[in-house]
Design a protein around this ligand. Structure first.
Ligand code: IMP
Length: 443
């Protein structure tokens, strides 16, 4: 069966920890979208690993797949794999031949376009990893797929079509100088070598077929989404979004498994107990505006370590946004929830939740479809009693009943509002600091 892990907010909900927790019972962990914009930290046998592309399960001896919906920076991939091997691990990572390669020119173009947009405050605050430009080329039918790199002649043909266009874009449209990232021979040499490694190390797969065979053979498969629902290209706060589908539909198109297969499994929405955001754009429940709010934001930022894993940028912080979560639960059809970082809110006198929005004189309970309207939404808050700091390991041992009353009321509200049971609660960075109520592979 499959368990699909989906970020319910703006990314950085702590999906990695949950993949880790539920992934124990998995044989295969497959990512279905995104690229090296998704930073995750994995602690294994006391060692910390910071990864942006290799699926976290690969560190724990699972087969890691980068599905066809991913965009793959091969420099990052081989860097991460080589580093893991130097540290004594033997990760088994396979890449879909249908996945697209992030080329050096994509990263350059990401930077140039963000810079150009910044004049009108339209920049998405991207991670600068070339994600958007690579997906653009995929949809524009001029991308380079992992399978293309396996045949040097096909690869050269693709480069000869696309690189002159990119060069012209940089030079003629943006009036800048195109560097070696736009040189066909240089690109061909470096990336044919990656193609050779992929072939010789037997790293490429037909992802859909591989995963379907694994499931037929009785394997447990985790489908790991990166980023989150509100930065989904279709369901998110366009244009301040990433260029792929973190929602559960992306797990189908990004792996080659059908919705019936995924629908027979579980779809777990991962929620951080508050909001955090690295990019630009509106954020109705953001903590800002006066000293009290800024202090609260600072407190949560410090307690929660809210700094980007990939970029190191301090994250914006806000109260939990229920309209955002109702939208996420519908878009992906969550069968279970995991609530992370509940401990971070401990010590506050009261905890607020954006329960609904006021928009144009009406109360609404889900996100409006345009980001401009979302920016006009005034949150209608509900206030919960705070809860004290605890010995969270001891609470984890005791389970749900060991949680302070205020925290229980907060969780019960969340589960009732989203009409979805809670499967896990994160109350600290360590795996031992979590309360597991349901193990989805054991349902
Ligand atoms: P891109 O994915 O680098 O193109 O960035 C587009 C938007 O998605 C920006 O607002 C990024 O900050 C955001 N984003 C991309 N990846 C992540 C992530 O892993 N966590 C949170 N935000 C992300």
């Amino acid at each position: 069966m499959t368990v699909t892990i989906v970020g319910a907010q703006l990314g950085d909900e702590g999906k990695g920890g949950i993949v880790d927790l539920f992934g124990d019972a998995a044989d295969v962990v497959a990512r279905y979208q995104g690229g090296d914009n998704a930073g995750h930290t994995v602690v294994h046998q006391g060692e910390e690993y910071k990864l942006s592309l290799v699926p976290s399960g690969a560190i724990r001896g699972k087969v890691g797949i980068l599905g066809n919906g991913c965009v793959v920076n091969l420099r990052t991939l081989f860097d991460e794999l080589d580093t893991l091997r130097e540290r004594g691990l033997d990760p088994d990572v396979r890449v879909a031949e249908r996945a697209h390669a992030i080329m050096p020119y994509h990263r350059v173009l990401d930077g140039i376009e963000e810079e150009a947009k910044s004049d009108d405050d339209l920049e998405a605050g991207t991670t600068g990893r070339g994600i958007g430009p690579t997906y653009e080329d995929k949809v524009g039918r001029r991308g380079i797929r992992i399978g293309d790199l396996l045949d040097p002649d096909v690869f050269r043909e693709r480069l000869e079509y696309v690189v002159p266009q990119k060069r012209a874009l940089v030079e003629d449209v943006f009036g800048m100088e195109a560097g070696e990232e736009f040189d066909i021979d240089t690109l061909h040499e470096e990336f044919s070598e990656y193609g050779r490694r992929l072939r010789e190390e037997n790293m490429t797969v037909n992802a859909g077929e591989f995963l379907a065979d694994s499931i037929d053979g009785g394997d447990n498969v985790v489908l790991e989404g990166a980023q989150g629902t509100s930065i989904d290209i279709d369901h998110g706060i366009y244009p301040y979004v990433t260029s792929s589908n973190p929602t559960a539909g992306g797990a189908c198109t990004g792996t080659g498994l059908g919705p019936t297969t995924i629908g027979q499994g579980e779809i777990v929405g991962i929620i951080k107990a508050y909001l955090s955001r690295v990019g630009t754009g509106p954020l109705p429940t953001e903590l800002k505006g006066d000293d009290t709010q800024e202090e609260l934001a600072e407190y949560i930022r410090e307690e929660g370590g809210e700094y980007g894993t990939v970029t190191g940028r301090p994250r914006r912080v806000g109260w939990l946004d229920m309209p955002m979560l109702r939208h996420a639960a519908r878009a992906s059809g969550f069968t279970g929830l995991a609530i992370n970082h509940l401990d971070v809110l401990a010590g506050l006198d009261e905890v607020k939740v954006g329960h609904a929005y006021e928009l144009d004189g009406e109360t609404i309970y889900s996100m409006p479809p345009t980001t401009e309207k979302w920016g006009e939404c005034e949150p209608v808050f509900r206030t919960f009693d705070g809860w004290p700091e605890e010995d969270w390991e001891a609470v984890a041992d005791e389970g749900y009943d060991g949680l302070p009353e205020g925290a229980q009321a907060y969780l019960d509200y969340l589960s009732e509002e989203l009409e979805t049971p809670i499967y896990a609660i994160g109350i600290g960075p360590d795996r031992s600091e979590s309360i597991v109520l349901e193990r989805p592979f054991e349902q």
